[in-house]
Design a protein around this ligand. Structure first.
Ligand SMILES: C[S@@+](CC[C@H](N)C(=O)[O-])C[C@H]1O[C@@H](n2cnc3c(N)ncnc32)[C@H](O)[C@@H]1O
Length: 211
C-alpha cells in the first residue's frame, strides 16, 4: 500500500515527527500525509485546503484507501472554523512562511506544530518564538536535489533558552536597593525560580535534554 501511496522522504520525515493521535494537516493538497498517518500511525486526521480542487483530489485518494470514516476533509483558509485542542498536532508543509504566519496569527493553536516552509526560515523561527513556541526538533532532508527543513515546535520555553535569555536580561535592582553583585545574583536566582514556576503552573513542557 505504501508503494501505491508513493509517500515522499519529506512526508515520511514529517510523519515520523508526529507523536499525537489527532492531526490537522493544513494545505493538505493530495492528502498523502494524512492517509499515511491514518493507516500507519492510527491517527485521526482533519485535512484542510483553501482549494476546492485539491480537496476533490483528497476525497478521491481517501476513497481509494477506504478511509472516508476516519478522515475529515474541509475547504477553508488555514484553520478557520477548525476545532483544535492543545494536545493535537498541526502540520503545515509546502507553503511559504508568510502564508504560514497568516494562518497561525490570532488563532487558538495546539501545543505541537510541525512546519516545513518553502522559504524564509529565519522569519518563521522568530515568529514562532514570539508566539510562545520553542524548537523541539529539526530535520534536514534532501530529495530530488531539493533541500527541505522540517521543524517541530512545541509550546513553552526550553530551560536552555531561559538561560540564554538571562545573558541579555537587563539587570535592575528593585528601587531603593543598592546595585551590588549580590543584588544581581539574587535577581537571577529569582528570575530562574519564577520562570520554572510559571512554566509548571501553565503546564508547559520544559525540556532539558536538548543540545
Ligand atoms: C505545495 S502544496 C503542499 C501539499 C502538502 N502539504 C505537502 O507538503 O506535500 C500547498 C497546498 O497549500 C494550499 N494552501 C495554500 N494556502 C492555503 C491556505 N491559506 N489555507 C489552506 N491551504 C492553503 C494550496 O491550495 C496547496 O494545496
Amino acid at each position: 500500500m505504501l508503494e501505491m501511496l508513493n509517500i515522499s522522504k519529506r512526508l515520511k520525515a514529517i510523519a515520523d515527527l508526529v507523536d499525537t493521535k489527532k492531526v490537522i494537516d493544513v494545505g493538505c493538497d493530495h492528502g498523502y500525509l494524512y492517509i499515511y498517518l491514518t493507516i500507519y500511525k492510527d491517527c485521526h486526521c482533519i485535512a484542510t485546503d483553501i482549494s476546492k480542487n485539491a480537496i476533490k483530489n483528497c476525497i478521491d485518494n481517501i476513497n481509494l484507501y477506504n478511509l472516508k470514516d476516519k478522515i475529515e476533509v474541509i475547504v477553508t483558509d488555514g484553520i478557520n472554523g477548525i476545532k483544535i485542542n492543545k494536545e493535537d498536532t498541526i502540520v503545515l508543509s509546502g507553503m511559504g512562511t508568510q502564508t504560514i504566519i497568516d494562518i497561525l496569527t490570532n488563532q487558538n493553536l495546539s501545543n505541537n506544530i510541525i512546519i516545513s516552509s518553502n522559504n524564509h526560515l529565519e522569519e518563521l523561527r522568530k515568529f514562532m518564538v514570539k508566539i510562545g513556541y520553542y524548537i523541539d526538533n529539526e530535520v534536514y532532508i534532501v530529495e530530488h536535489n531539493i533541500h527541505y527543513v522540517i521543524i517541530k515546535f512545541k509550546k513553552g520555553i526550553r530551560v536552555d533558552s531561559i538561560k540564554g535569555v538571562s545573558i541579555f536580561f537587563p539587570v535592575k535592582s528593585p528601587k531603593g536597593l543598592k546595585k551590588s553583585a549580590g543584588d544581581k545574583l539574587f535577581f537571577f536566582i529569582e528570575f530562574f525560580a519564577f520562570s520554572e514556576l510559571y512554566t509548571k503552573m501553565h503546564g508547559l513542557r520544559v525540556s532539558d535534554n536538548h543540545s
